[in-house]
Design a protein around this ligand. Sequence first.
Ligand SMILES: [Cu+2]
Length: 717
Amino acid sequence: MHTTELFFITICLFGFVSFSLAIPQVPAHDCQRECDDGPARRCDYHFHIEYYYTMSKACYDCPYKLEDCDRHHCIAADGVERGVVSINRQIPGPSIQVCQGDEIVVDVTNHLRGEGSAIHWHGMHMKGLPYMDGVPLITQCPISPASTFQYRFVADNPGTHYYHSHSGFQRSDGAFGSLIVRQSRLKDPLSSLYDYDLPEHVILVSDWLSELGLAKFVAHTHGGKDDIPSSIIINGKGRVSKPKDQLELQEMMPLAVFNVEKGMRYRFRMISNGILDCPVTMSIDNHTLLIIASDGNPIQPVEVDSLVMTSGERFDFVLKADQVASSFWIRFRGNMDWNSKHIFQTAILRYENSPEVEPDGIVTYETTNINGTVLNPINYAPGDEWHLTVAELTAFTLENETDWTREPDRKFFLAYDFNAVDNWLYHDPEHYPIFGVENRHRFFTPQINHISLRMPSSPPLSQLDSLAPDSFCNESTVINCKEKHCACSYTLHVPLGSLVEVILIDEGVTFDATHPFHLHGSSFRVVAMKRVASQVSVNEIRAMDENGFIQRNLIDAPIKDTVAVPDGGYTVIRFMATNPGYWLLHCHLEFHSEVGMGVIFKIGNDNHLPPVPENFPTCGNWFPSQSSTANKNFDTTVSKDPDISTAFDITGPLVDENELLALALDASPLVHLNEDQNEKDNVPQVSSLALKASSRHFSLALYPIITYCLFNLCLRL
Ligand SMILES: [Cu+2]
């Protein structure tokens, strides 16, 4: 072989290696494909959850060398260094994009430091699979550190969904990702409205803190600090909120870019992973948004100029690329609590063949508020010309299986506010009661019907026998909750097959807020919504209902699984209780759900529940038996720390146990899990699906280079 040939081979190999190193991200999963009604696949993933860091050593010279920000394991976020909880050292975690009917199998390994975890599949109904819902201490034990838990379910309800940790503050620290379930164009009722539905057109929006969520939470609840985020990230990217002409060089972080071709119509899928009370308004310069679906459910298309998303909501829209080929700002504005910090973010819509430069114009907080029609505005009543509430949307198709017009079998008024009670977690009634400290240190507890949801010590779904019957409560089992703090496993029992109506009421007395409520295990119809006044009481709403003043759409109300409630108003939802299990309905703001702003729906009786999976992990309290501890060599007199034992009674309900009435969870009592095996056998199980997808390790883009090198080599040899 001649020297020139050796030189050429070396150059080719160098080029090959350089190109490989330059590939920034992991190749797409085989299940991310055009959905064509071919055979369903089994889609395997392995999630490694761990504490990690933004702008780590993996980021090299980011942002001075922008391509370094896309390096393997580099999480740039908004450029502010902080600890995070990442999945596979990515934020967002890997995007799961499958076709309807595929089986999703995710092995979740917990590498966190002494902290449990669990992943919830937000938007998946887990019909017949309640053990896969991923709510620690309700549907499973937290995944212990160093352990792996396998989630396995069929992606049966199509649409734009997402996944996130349901444990502590891990979701606010980065443990979330998109979950898209597509249909073939033939099955998708919306397919005539767009030309492309591309994997890269997912917009995952999250408010973002400058420190770990837990640190922010304890500083807020015990130190009187604010609960306002510092930034927004779009698909894990963003900048600190300053106009571009005021940014320092190290703040010039890369933005998310979405590419389109002029003349085409694109389906975008937008997801909100909101953490704090910060709904986000989104708009795209020179373009309108044709909204076609929400929370995975098609709606009659509506064209708007901007869209507000609250935590946990998803909206699909069609963007018509009908402008001159150029780049346009996508503007994101933080509302509510964000007003004080003027938080905004930008991303870029870029047409093919336009220069890779940022759009003209300096974006400021003020210019993220655009004129025109707004969908899902904050705290508006229906009927406003420029503000379209989600209750005014209509479902795309009428469904005849359910009679939504009949009287509901169960009706619940769930009224909430921030209550001035001495919640023992944040106030000691004797030493630092809520009204014994200065204003900024007062922690008002967000509660539903004056009850804080306290997690049971074992998951009732899989370990009901481990729980004392009086672990559970509802309004009929507690008293004096307006005077003292009530916390217990707040559970409402609903017979299987019931039509359920929930009237969510935000009394709005303490602060102005927007609480988005998310239901697990089912979607619901948003049949009514109204802002009544700046404050409202549950009795006023009851009276309005009795007198026929709550107008419901029982014909074609939109179907969702997450919905905001106007402050000083109500949102009415209806769902069919057809999925047996223990399902949460909770505020999706992290700092609210973590302090118990939720309720458990127990749907069906114990004999309706599918059997507990074999060898399902267990957890719970443990106390040694008397005989195992009896030791005659010790003085057996029991001494207790008087302070700790009175303040932290963790073994029983925090309401006065003597005042607890018998459980009033109607129908059967919450005991005896395994009553009727025969009925359980009828509950559908995960079917095993064909074809395990093999991993693809090479990018198709490498082939032209290899071919070119081999061709030239052959010519020379
Ligand atoms: Cu809330």
